[in-house]
Design a protein around this ligand. Structure first.
Ligand SMILES: NC(=O)c1ccc[n+]([C@@H]2O[C@H](COP(=O)([O-])OP(=O)(O)OC[C@H]3O[C@@H](n4cnc5c(N)ncnc54)[C@H](O)[C@@H]3O)[C@@H](O)[C@H]2O)c1
Length: 271
């Protein structure tokens, strides 16, 4: 391979995006990735436990002339994960890419958190990625002789701030990514991870009923003083799934406008 511009390797390929729905016409991280992949010619199966939300994403893609279908799946359920993978292969003949995007939030310390909430967050944020990958990887090997997976973690894994169970689950996503990358490099499957910073998606809007002041505060947490969006994360997903990232595996891409670099302001010029 040379240094000239290579084909991104996305056209004609097939992707599954889990949690690819989003409320209304909002742009969640999964919906953005699905739309961007489809703009590059990838056929996308958009999976969500809420079929209507997935259908809206698929419709948005169809309206732009892309190829997508919606699939209803609760990916905490292994049988539904297996059916989702089979549905992609049945419909499009192959499976190349998986965007493991499903995740839910939580708040509080170990003292505050109920054990059942801890188990639920670990199940939704980590086990879903385990289950989908478990069934996607053999399908990728069989139908595409390789593939690429992106797991969505969070900067909460790197810089915990009062979301202890969420941070724990997202740190596990990084460990899972690195282990899967080592296990499946021989199968020509790359596995990477994205840690989004605070991006404005229907999840944060719905969860926090976020005010304009909250949004400004979140934007100001970045060194760029701008608010992240689902598109910023979707661009990272598309890059990592593409051939442009052919030599990248087991890595963590932080997309946060520099939020994790911020510390307390220095009061003087003294070091
Ligand atoms: N928004 C942020 O600021 C932010 C920051 C860091 C990381 N993240 C991560 O990005 C990912 C997507 O976040 P978002 O903000 O776009 O979320 P979102 O809530 O807007 O979208 C997630 C979708 O997942 C679906 N879903 C939830 N549980 C499911 C299940 N069991 N099976 C199938 N579908 C299910 C929901 O119906 C929803 O449509 C999550 O993993 C989240 O933790 C988000």
């Amino acid at each position: 391979m040379t240094g000239r511009e290579e084909d991104a390797g996305l056209a004609g390929k097939v992707a599954i995006v889990s949690g690819g729905g989003a409320a209304g016409d909002g742009i969640g991280n999964g919906r953005a990735a699905a739309i961007l992949l489809a703009r590059s010619g990838t056929k996308v199966l958009v999976a969500d436990r809420d079929l209507k939300l997935a259908e809206r994403t698929a419709q948005m893609i169809a309206d732009e002339g892309g190829t997508a279908a919606a699939h209803s799946a609760d990916v905490t359920n292994e049988a539904e994960c297996k059916r989702l993978i089979e549905a992609a292969v049945d419909r499009y003949g192959r499976l190349d890419f998986l965007d493991n995007n499903v995740g839910i939030g939580s708040r509080g310390s170990v003292v505050d958190e109920a054990p059942e909430t801890y188990r639920r967050v670990m199940q939704v944020n980590v086990e879903t990625m385990f289950l989908l990958s478990k069934h996607a990887i053999p399908a990728m090997i069989k139908t595409a002789k390789g593939g690429s997976i992106v797991n969505i973690s969070s900067i909460s894994a790197l810089r915990p701030r009062g979301l202890t169970t969420y941070s724990t689950s997202k740190a596990a996503v990084i460990g899972l990514t690195q282990a899967m990358a080592v296990d499946h490099g021989k199968d020509r499957i790359r596995v990477n991870c994205i840690c989004p910073g605070p991006v404005y998606t229907p999840m944060v809007n719905r969860g926090n009923g976020m005010s304009e002041a909250n949004r400004r505060q979140r934007a100001n947490a970045s060194v760029l003083k701008i608010e992240g969006t689902g598109w910023d994360i979707g661009q990272g997903v598309r890059f990592l799934l593409s051939n442009h990232a052919r030599y990248i595996t087991g890595q963590v891409l932080v997309i946060d406008g520099g939020v994790t670099l911020q510390g307390p302001a220095r009061e003087s010029q003294d070091h």
